[in-house]
Design a protein around this ligand. Structure first.
Ligand SMILES: Cc1cc2nc3c(=O)[nH]c(=O)nc-3n(C[C@H](O)[C@H](O)[C@H](O)COP(=O)(O)OP(=O)(O)OC[C@H]3O[C@@H](n4cnc5c(N)ncnc54)[C@H](O)[C@@H]3O)c2cc1C
Length: 442
């Protein structure tokens, strides 16, 4: 006999994105929500929680602040409640580590009664004009489902059969803890994850690899573009503009904007450069290293105890071979409909196998009226480069909550940009026309 529970909203997955939604939904009166996650507790990319990894956005881009700075679930309130606001300001100034942000997320998660852990959702189906998320013996029934299941590590197909402690994706770095001391190590990928993995391997002298090769398909080891006008791509106004563009233009823009999301933070580049200098000239060169650009790994095979990577040198248009003991692929993540949605996939994916995401983050489908499926962190092709990032997480959650409740629970439409995304002169510095509503006033 299965149990059936009814909610106004059911969230699948409780990473930062749906945690934000849960925090924003918490004070809404007469509204029931349940968030289900497969994990036993909140964790934030634990396989990549390397020491000192820095948050890549301002800590004000927390779960709530950009839409409700008065929320008790803000990062600043976390610091204050835990008696470390002044010490944090002195120690960190405007920076924050991923480790501390995970602690903050866990602090919020402990206060939200709507969350349930150890609840993997195996299947979502449509029954009697309601969506049902099935986890074990319980069916969570709702008219509004929000998918927050995150992205999947993208390991190249040729590496999959070799996956293990010597061939891995960066997402498993700390889980599989490859033994690299004195070994020949190949790191594939010149983005932030690649840089974090290289920096990790360059850690204490006693654990250094014997040889380290770092390969990037880009023209160099390039910095994250964190400049002000680029950052306007990570602000609400740009989403409206981007969503209205034709699909081909959106895809072209995303290709141009890559370094705004996938470049390497300048402080990390400096740290790696300084460490290599120190090893080469001050520490007696205990590590041989080669940093290679313009190269793409196109194959990998095992040869006895060794791994042999086939590499295409894009500058010279020729094939190269690189042997190693350990290969770490820092090849990013891909967005996909989670397997639990398979029963509805035919109705959600278009002829090209893509989701069609409406401006309010609901999916286009032929389901019953009023039955909606919303997505978090799955709409970069339609909503822009900021979608997988934390910058708009609270704002997107507020938009989803407004759409589900049919009310302006949070105000999301009054921010402006310095860049005129569409032509015309808006009144400079025009104040918001309406006062900010509070959740308590509805
Ligand atoms: C290493 C790393 C560092 C990052 N650092 C930053 C940063 O500093 N700044 C920034 O802006 N962005 C950063 N990002 C990008 C982005 O902010 C994060 O990926 C963020 O975790 C996305 O949150 P999410 O909730 O969408 O997904 P996730 O954090 O991946 O959470 C998804 C959750 O869904 C659960 N789940 C999946 N399937 C099911 C199911 N069927 N049933 C139940 N539960 C399920 C999982 O257990 C998981 O808890 C980083 C990404 C990575 C990989």
């Amino acid at each position: 006999m299965e149990d059936v529970e009814q909610y106004d909203l059911v969230g699948i997955g409780t990473g930062p994105t749906n945690l934000s939604l849960a925090a924003l939904a918490e004070p809404v009166p007469n509204f029931s929500a349940r968030f289900l996650d497969a994990r036993p507790e909140f964790r934030w990319h634990p396989g990549m929680m390397v020491p000192d990894a820095g948050l890549q956005v301002s800590y004000l881009k927390d779960l709530v602040t950009t839409v409700d700075p008065t929320s008790r679930f803000s990062f600043l309130n976390y610091l204050a409640e835990n008696g470390r606001l002044f010490r944090s300001l002195i120690a960190n100034r405007d920076r924050c580590t991923r480790q501390e942000f995970e602690q903050y997320y866990r602090w919020v998660a402990r206060q939200l009664p709507s969350l349930r852990w150890n609840r993997p959702v195996d299947e979502v189906r449509l029954r009697r004009n309601r969506l049902e998320a099935v986890s074990g013996r319980t069916r969570y029934s709702t008219g509004s489902l929000v998918l927050g299941t995150g992205r999947t590590p993208a390991l190249p197909g040729f590496a999959e059969p070799l996956q293990g402690p010597t061939v891995l994706h960066s997402a498993d770095l700390l889980h599989l803890a490859p033994k690299v001391r004195g070994k020949d190590v190949l790191v594939v990928g010149g983005g932030q994850s690649g840089a974090e993995v290289v920096n990790y391997f360059l850690g204490p002298d006693r654990a250094l690899p014997g040889r380290l090769t770092w390969i990037s398909s880009r023209v160099g080891f390039q910095p994250l573009d964190d400049s002000p006008f680029t950052n306007e791509w990570f602000a609400p106004d740009y989403v409206d503009h981007f969503h209205r563009l034709p699909a081909e233009r959106r895809a072209e823009l995303l290709r141009h904007q890559r370094l705004a999301s996938d470049g390497i933070t300048e402080s990390l580049l400096e740290g790696i450069y300084q460490r290599l200098y120190q090893l080469d000239f001050l520490a007696g060169a205990p590590l041989q290293h080669q940093l290679l650009t313009g190269r793409r790994v196109v194959g990998l095979e095992r040869d006895g105890d060794r791994l042999v990577a086939a590499v295409h040198n894009q500058d010279l248009d020729r094939e190269e071979v690189h042997a190693a003991d350990v290969v770490v692929f820092c090849t990013g993540y891909r967005s996909a409909l989670p397997a639990c949605m398979d029963p509805l996939a035919d109705r959600l994916l278009n002829a090209r196998g893509e989701l069609e995401v409406n401006r309010d983050y609901s999916l286009e489908w032929d389901g019953p009226t009023g039955v909606r499926i919303y997505v978090q962190n799955m709409s970069e092709p339609t909503h822009g480069v900021a979608d997988p990032n934390l910058s708009l997480a609270a704002w997107r959650s507020a938009q989803i909550l407004n759409a589900i409740t049919g009310r302006k629970v949070y105000r999301t439409d009054h921010e402006t940009s310095a860049t005129a995304w569409s032509s015309g002169f808006p009144p400079p510095g025009a104040p918001p026309s309406e006062p900010l509503p509070t959740v308590r006033s509805i």
